[in-house]
Design a protein around this ligand. Structure first.
Ligand code: ATP
Ligand code: MG
Length: 180
């Protein structure tokens, strides 16, 4: 499984539709300060269900919507899509290509889509859980986060290993059934 395409529209600094094609292997994004490199990583986190505006470096969720610039008016919707290659069947869905989309309107309305069909946030989280790309996974290490991992409490650090070992899914299902 690998991320083969990313599409963004109206997300943070990306006002115009942007398609990024990604080959298997290592991809490096380079550019001057403030050019939007971290915004790409924020876009990935966001589609995977991030609910903390602060983690996305904003103060409220609407801060992910393009706010306008000297040359361009602000827009009313942010949309990000990740297209994953699932030829290997790694993700638990019988599709060889899986697309995940999240949209947010200024009105506050939000949408998630799985293969272009409306779904719940939970459906996206379930698909990605234990894939190593989950929202809580340390597959996305933000600027300054390395230090945080090194200084965290042993209990907090254990979560990283549990996610890597693929047991988080079972813990979360156990918690869910205990609540019922
Ligand atoms: P560095 O090398 O300093 O880490 P970077 O390439 O990671 O830089 P980002 O942090 O991704 O840069 O981009 C920051 C830019 O994105 C800023 O110029 C900021 O104004 C712009 N930006 C963030 N949110 C929005 C928004 N909602 N609307 C318009 N521009 C935005
Ligand atoms: Mg950055």
């Amino acid at each position: 499984m690998f991320l083969k395409r990313m599409e963004m529209k109206g997300f943070k600094s990306f006002a115009d539709p942007l398609h990024i094609e990604i080959e298997p292997g290592i991809t490096v994004v380079v550019g001057p300060n403030g050019s939007g490199k971290s915004n790409i990583a924020d876009g990935i986190r966001w589609v995977l269900g991030e609910q903390s505006a602060k983690s996305l470096r904003g103060s409220k969720m609407a801060d992910v919507i393009f706010a306008g610039s000297d040359e361009r008016r602000r827009v009313n919707m942010a949309e990000v899509t990740l297209v994953l290659d699932n030829e290997s069947g790694f993700l638990p869905l019988s599709y060889t290509e899986i697309s995940l989309t999240r949209r947010l309107y200024r009105s506050g309305e939000s949408e998630y889509l799985l293969n272009r069909q409306p779904c719940r946030r939970k459906d996206i989280i379930d698909v990605m859980m234990d894939s190593g790309l989950g929202r809580e996974a340390y597959s996305i290490i933000g600027q300054g986060q390395v230090e945080q991992v090194l200084s965290s409490k042993p209990e907090d650090r254990r979560v990283i290993f549990e996610e890597a070992a693929g047991v988080v899914k079972y813990q979360s299902r156990k918690r869910e059934s205990e609540r019922k």
